[in-house]
Design a protein around this ligand. Sequence first.
Ligand code: GLN
Length: 309
Amino acid sequence: MLFSRELIDEKLRRSIENSKDYIGLGELASYIPELMKVDKDNLSLSLISTTGEVFTYGDKDITFSLQSISKLLTLIIALTDTNPTDLYQKVGSEPTRYEFNSLIPIGDKPANPFINAGAITTASMVLGLNNDHKFERILDFYRGISDFAEAYMDHDIYMSELKTADRNKAIAYYLKSKGIIDQDPGEVLDLYIRACSICTNIEGLAMMGAVLANKGIGIRTREMLIPENIVQIVVSQMASCGMYENSGSYLMNVGIPSKSGVSGGIVGVVPGICGLAVYSPRLDRTGNSVRGKELFKIISQDLGLNIFV
Ligand code: GLN
């Protein structure tokens, strides 16, 4: 990075301070009741450079579920298990102005892999002997790319979502009726919800961003973890579709390909430079972390991370 360690530290601390006005704004995702059990004003932030420098603030031990951030994992694994041409026959690559759990942007195929319909479809392409095996592959993959950060499936969050998953069930059955998925919709949805219930800490998430920023090469090990052509697809899809129907204005204001989840996490990728992750659970109307978005905007400006300028 272009700045000294001290200067980056100073800028990140100041950004956190400057985002304080956003404390108290936004609501928790109530449609998964278990997600209401957190401290609303939790905050953690981590930036990891492709050269391995780590900057972490707030409660670094706090864990939270990936929710929609897990859509990155299913997309990467599905791309590895099939190939981009076959995968994009079943899922589109275009942003949508509809909310993430809408049935409208399904059409011939789900608009993109980051709306629920798209991620349920990519979950159907993850190979394995059964759901336990498929889920182990997703969790193991996350462990590898997070450099073995804490990661586990939270059973209470999983059960809580399963019980209230009427919309996602409708989506899964609709996908089956259209021949977009051919397995049992309940099984596919179960895998999708398990992946959403993977919990991790902020450094794990920032490390995932750093690996994507580093062309898929492990930061410490220098091992190839994700093929470069898949990194290119995933990061560009983050840019165009990663923040739901807010993706266009977010990209214009922040300029960092990012993916969010309704637990309040956001992971960003600045190619060649760093991964950045924020956790702050209060959400706006589109399901994105209010303070998280603001922090991404300030940090992008302060550290010159906008990929377009
Ligand atoms: N598990 C959540 C759902 O399917 C994930 C959505 C999200 O994070 N936007 O509704």
